[in-house]
Ligand binder design. Structure first.
Ligand SMILES: Cc1cc2nc3c(=O)[nH]c(=O)nc-3n(C[C@H](O)[C@H](O)[C@H](O)COP(=O)(O)OP(=O)(O)OC[C@H]3O[C@@H](n4cnc5c(N)ncnc54)[C@H](O)[C@@H]3O)c2cc1C
Length: 336
């Protein structure tokens, strides 16, 4: 048997790192406290990179570009093509002010990453590629190759790949790392990491998110991710096999149990998406939820050794699904 690794946390980060370690001969055990505390369970699943770029976040963009390049091999390892739900993203705006903000974002991304596949599109061109888009869509960009995954299918696929690789799963709310067996311990407990590793600072950023299901009277969901600035507010729509995910608000969480969706956030999302893609009004509102993004102080993920035995991987904020392959690569390097 190879060296033993315990991973605390079965979110996107813990499972991705666990699988990469198992593939390199580590005997892996994953300990987890359940879906209630798991941001990866509610996430939209966008593999955001250029569409996620924000002026001032150049280092994060570089990491995102590296991770994006790793996704095809990552999905091939899982052997589940149905995990991917979109290949491209549209950035769209409703007004000239919205479009000016999107233009700033695109200028920043292009200055940092010269080969970014982003092409401008007029309102009519966008509507002919996604007929569900409202007539009020003034224009935007096509971001080729930047798609999305179904986050819940991703987590299930990671779990079954890990079982296939011989990993063990334990239901446990870990309170003390001294009680966790293993030559090495990776703490990937998201928002709760500081409880186990003092000195790691994680801020909670809450967000409401909705799931809409197509009915037999509805038009088909869009085939691309649609990220909009709609009269000053951001809203996105992520395709699923049977509908869409609509997200997401973002504000500081009051505490780690602050997961009840607020009426105001839900109302804003419904109002904006109903204007952006009017055809979604006939969809069924199948889930209203909220999650807390585990964010670092500087906006960059924290992937590092704590001591000879313990490593930590957290702080992925709004990008933990997208950055899973990059994080798994870093953890494997640290384990080596
Ligand atoms: C509304 C919303 C939308 C989002 N959309 C996207 C998106 O489109 N794309 C994207 O890339 N990211 C998105 N994110 C961010 C993404 O969900 C997170 O960055 C990611 O889930 C972080 O993964 P993680 O594994 O570090 O943490 P989590 O997914 O939170 O998992 C942590 C795990 O650790 C376990 N745990 C905690 N404490 C303990 C303990 N003491 N003992 C045992 N187990 C423990 C929990 O039970 C949980 O399973 C979104 C987040 C939110 C809230």
């Amino acid at each position: 048997m190879g060296p033993t690794l315990s991973v605390v946390g079965a979110g996107a980060i813990g499972l991705s790192c666990a699988l990469a370690a198992a593939d390199r001969g580590w005997a892996v055990t994953i300990l987890d406290a359940g879906t209630d505390r798991r941001a990866a369970h509610v996430a939209g699943g966008m593999l955001g990179c250029f569409g996620e770029g924000r002026p001032g976040e150049g280092d994060l963009l570089d990491v995102s570009v590296t991770s994006a390049a790793r996704w095809p091999a990552f999905l091939e390892r899982l052997g589940r093509p149905d995990v991917r739900t979109a290949d491209d993203t549209l950035l769209v705006g409703a007004s000239s002010t919205d479009l000016a903000e999107i233009d700033d974002q695109v200028s920043f991304v292009r200055a940092r990453s010269a080969d970014a596949a982003i092409a401008p599109r007029s309102g009519p061109a966008l509507r002919s590629s996604e007929p569900m888009l409202a007539r009020g869509c003034a224009g935007g960009y096509l971001v080729s190759g930047e798609g999305a995954v179904d986050n819940r299918r991703l987590l299930a696929a990671l779990r079954s790949a890990l079982v296939g690789a011989g990993a063990a799963f334990v239901d446990a709310d870990v309170e003390d790392l001294d009680d966790v067996p293993g030559d090495r311990v990776l703490v990937a407990a998201g928002l709760h990491t500081p409880r186990l590793v003092p000195g790691v600072e994680v801020r909670g950023e809450k967000g409401e998110i909705l799931r809409l299901r197509r009915t037999r009277w509805s038009v088909a969901p869009p085939s691309r991710v649609i990220r909009a600035r709609w009269h000053g507010r951001p809203v996105y729509v992520v395709p699923r096999e049977d509908g869409v995910v609509v997200g997401a608000t973002q504000y500081e969480a009051v505490g780690s149990d602050d997961r009840a969706p607020q009426a105001g956030g839900v109302a804003d999302l419904l109002a904006d998406v109903g204007e952006l893609l009017p055809g979604l009004r006939t969809y069924e509102l199948s889930e209203v939820s909220a999650g807390i993004r585990p964010s670092s102080v500087d906006g960059l993920p924290m992937v590092r050794r704590v001591d000879d035995r313990v490593l930590v991987a957290t702080g992925h904020g709004r990008n933990g699904i997208a950055l899973s392959p990059w994080t798994a690569d870093r953890v494997v390097e640290l384990l080596a």
